[in-house]
Design a protein around this ligand. Structure first.
Ligand code: UD1
Ligand code: CA
Length: 465
């Protein structure tokens, strides 16, 4: 389907009381605007134009970061320098892009829950020529703030009246609401957008005025009534942001449970769209799985765990852990209370225990870092045991230096490995050592002052005091 999407995201978002664009606010770790762009892309739209204005640089940067490297998703930004209303925003987009044909879907940028099927169905209704425009409607329990649609005796839409322009009677009786999602025949849209005026309570160019304009030009305008109003809820305030986040959370959790994932407490489990989880994995409460995170089958994740852009292999357990861009392979156990930072790669059957931080390091197959350790910029072989409280001193104040540890090496408790340093295979280091020189395979490395014994000292001291 050769459809275009115009996404309106230039507004001030005043009611958010924020120093950021409304559409930059995140829902399950994903910016609001990306929810809408992704719905349009998933619906098969071939061209996406985002109208930006308020905090334009921030939104442009965010879109660049999210889609800049994707070959399948080219997002064009058009700047609306003056915010004169939704009708004006669309006119600016058409002027800048020259779009004047094919189905054009217009989506408010603050509609994060809109589904691809809805957008597709919508665009299709004008693509097949049955109408010049179609407008998404529903009857939410609280219609306050929405544009209200006047319908004729056949149920066809006559016009839209904004809440602020409604008489009290209209506000009380017109319950069919405009959800801010439209499909237009591009030729009709381009031909008539210039006729939208601003003679209304807000002095703005209202896009929904196109309904009346197209009808007087003899065109058909349909409504597409959505039964579940939640899909079309807009975000105008922080309270609505929280409400929508909870709906998105429930939707994602239901999807995973239907695929065989146990979620012990769905109200305290937050899983971003795009995250995958294998069957028979159990997710404990207070867990956040965000970004590009993929969890295998038969895992245990949580409680109290946040993984962002992480991969977890089958049969692993990750308890009370924060992970960012980390890869945990199969049958690994992590936590409680581990911190896996970018580049942490934990190989099969390894164990990373409590109060352990790993950064940019490989923990070899079956190796263990059980207690209170920091491992950074380290290549560790298989079957290694790192004693409690050991640290790779990777930073000399200027550079990050590497540590290499061979297979089956035993690092005694409280060992400082001052990088760059190469510790061979089958090495043993004595507890409390500071290792500054390379250690060959099979050696013992001891770095310790001799223990001094003073007999009868305690008694003599007590007598003195
Ligand atoms: C709009 C609709 C209303 C509908 C509601 C659904 C109009 C006039 N009213 O009202 O009928 O019920 O959405 O949520 O369209 N924007 C721009 N440039 C502008 C003005 C707005 O890009 O000059 C963008 C905003 O960033 C936002 C979207 O358009 O993403 C909607 O604007 P908003 O001010 O939130 O419109 P509503 O008052 O909610
Ligand atoms: Ca709105």
């Amino acid at each position: 389907m050769e459809a275009t999407a115009i996404i309106l995201a230039a507004g001030e978002g005043t009611r958010m009381k924020s120093n950021h664009a409304k559409v930059s606010h995140e829902i399950l770790g994903k910016p609001m605007i990306c929810w809408v762009v992704d719905a349009a892309l998933a619906a098969g739209v071939t061209r996406v134009v985002v109208v930006i204005g308020s905090h334009a640089d921030e939104v442009r940067t965010l879109l660049e970061a999210s889609y800049g490297t994707r070959e399948d998703a080219h997002i064009e930004c058009v700047e609306q320098t003056e915010r004169l209303g939704t009708g004006h925003a669309v006119r600016v987009a058409l002027d800048a892009t020259g779009i004047d044909a094919g189905p054009v879907v217009v989506l408010n940028g603050d509609l994060p829950l809109i589904q691809p099927q809805t957008v597709e169905q919508f665009a299709q209704s004008v693509a097949d020529g049955s109408c010049a425009a179609s407008i998404l409607t529903c009857t939410p329990p609280d219609p306050f703030g929405y544009g209200r649609l006047e319908l004729d005796e056949h149920g066809d839409v006559v016009r839209n009246i904004e809440q602020k322009d409604c008489t009290p009677e209209q506000a009380a009786t017109l319950l069919e609401c405009n959800m801010g999602c439209y499909a237009f025949d591009g030729a009709q849209l381009a031909a008539h957008i210039g006729e939208v005026g601003c003679d209304n309570a807000q002095g703005e160019y209202y896009l929904p005025d196109m309904i009346e304009i197209l009808r007087s030009a003899g065109q058909t305008v349909r409504i597409c009534h959505l039964d579940d109003y939640r899909e079309a809820l807009g975000v105008n305030s922080r309270a609505q942001l929280a409400q929508i986040t909870a709906i998105a959370r429930d939707r994602e959790n239901e999807r995973h449970m239907a695929e065989g994932v146990t979620i012990i407490d769905p109200t305290s489990t937050w899983i971003a769209p795009g995250v995958t989880i294998g069957r028979d994995t159990v997710v404990w409460p207070l867990t956040f799985l965000l970004g590009d995170t993929h969890v295998g089958e038969g895992c245990v994740v949580g409680p109290n765990t946040r993984l962002t852009d992480c991969r977890v292999g089958d049969g692993s357990s990750v308890e009370e852990t924060v992970g960012i861009q980390a890869v945990i392979e199969r049958e690994v156990s992590v936590g409680p209370r581990a911190y896996l930072r970018p580049g942490a790669h934990i190989l099969d059957h390894a164990h990373v225990g409590t109060h352990v931080e790993i950064k940019n390091s490989t923990i070899g197959e079956g190796s263990k870092v059980p207690h209170l350790s920091y491992i950074g910029d380290t290549q560790m072989g298989a079957g290694v045991n790192i004693g409690a409280g050991s640290i790779t001193c990777n930073y000399d104040g200027k550079h990050k230096n590497a540590t290499v540890i061979g297979d089956r090496t035993f690092i005694g408790s409280d060992t400082m490995m001052v990088a760059p340093v190469h510790i061979g295979s089958d090495v043993i280091t004595g507890a409390g050592g500071t290792i500054t020189k390379d250690v060959p395979d099979g050696a013992l490395a001891l770095e310790r002052t001799e223990q001094h014994i003073v007999e009868g000292y305690t008694e003599r001291r007590r007598a003195r005091l």
